[in-house]
Write a protein that binds this ligand. Structure first.
Ligand code: NAD
Length: 283
């Protein structure tokens, strides 16, 4: 893949969770294009392998590894494989994340009479299991993965952790309280971990993507006929640049945050990459 600029990641090992997904596959390819050996971790082995194969076929070095970010033993097993086949982890991208319909309300606003309507998922119907799933996947998944892989980084002054937050962390979007809260936890944890690891040389930062069309949000952004949903139109109208982002537009921030010569004094920040969404008041 074409990267906007090259950093030198020869002899570095990068671990990308959720690497079989849309955004993280692009992160994995960008890191490989800069010379890193990339471990593509995903719950879905075929998805991880497909991304790794693509990287290997284009001259990079990658390995697809099955891992569940919610299962410490699965992560430890993945680390063993990565260490044996590639070496110690220098760069960790905590990309696995997502939402669950049981953590969503079906309407933006609660209105009188909604309690009597059976087809509506109100605030009062939110399922604790759905909420827990979303908090676990995003927050616990990031925490456990970091516990396992950051052990390789202690004492390595050029190591870096990048978490993936969201616009929801700054201001929650309507309908998705669990995802919003879980991503706010990611931003907060990024700051906490940056301070905690500051003496070890491990820098910890996050990217907060605005809106990118991926598998995760397809159902929310497209009608069955392929046209934009009402919500997609609303998002675009609140994005000053008037469009969704392209995954490749995240790679400049990713590489900048990883390269110590460019961002060696940067830790604990959450960078919005959002076409101006966060800056816009809507008026
Ligand atoms: P995606 O659904 O394409 O990719 C997510 C990947 O994570 C999938 O391949 C999935 O198999 C994997 N995964 C799910 N559960 C897992 C688990 N328990 N263990 C390991 N892997 C698991 O989604 P995406 O849009 O590319 O999202 C990547 C990250 O970016 C997520 O953290 C998401 O919340 C975040 N994000 C996305 C957007 C957007 O607009 N798409 C915006 C902001 C933040």
């Amino acid at each position: 893949m074409q990267v906007p600029f090259k950093i030198n990641l020869e002899n570095k090992v990068a671990v990308v969770t959720g690497g079989g997904g849309i955004l993280c596959a692009v992160f994995a390819k960008a890191l490989a294009a800069c010379g890193a050996k990339v471990a593509v971790l995903d719950l879905k082995k075929e998805a991880a392998d497909a991304v790794a194969d693509e990287i290997n076929k284009s001259g990079g070095r990658a390995l697809g590894v099955q891992a569940n970010v919610l299962d410490i033993n699965s992560l430890k097993e993945a680390k063993k494989t990565v260490n044996e086949k590639m070496g110690k982890c220098d760069i960790l991208i905590n990309g696995a994340g997502g939402n669950h319909p049981k953590g969503n309300t079906s309407k933006e606003y609660f209105e009188d009479g909604d309690l009597d309507k059976e087809d509506i998922m109100t605030f009062f119907d939110l399922d604790p299991e759905g909420i827990k799933f979303v908090f676990d996947l995003n927050f616990i998944g990031t925490l456990l993965t970091t516990q396992v892989f950051a052990k390789d980084m202690t004492g390595n002054k050029e190591s870096s952790i990048i978490n993936v937050s969201s616009m929801n962390a700054f201001t929650p979007l309507t309908k998705i309280p669990a995802y919003s809260g879980a991503k706010a936890a990611i931003s907060n944890f990024t700051q906490w971990l940056a301070v905690h690891f500051s003496k070890s040389g491990i820098r910890v930062n996050a990217m907060a993507p605005g809106f990118f069309e991926t598998n995760q949000n397809k159902a929310l952004l497209r009608n069955t006929d392929g046209s934009y949903s009402e919500r997609a139109e609303k998002i675009i109208s609140q994005t000053p640049m008037g469009r969704f982002g392209e995954p490749e537009e995240l790679t400049g921030t990713l590489l900048w945050l990883i390269e110590p010569k460019a961002s060696g004094f940067v830790t604990g920040v959450i960078i919005p990459i959002d076409g101006g969404f966060l800056a816009y008041s809507g008026v």
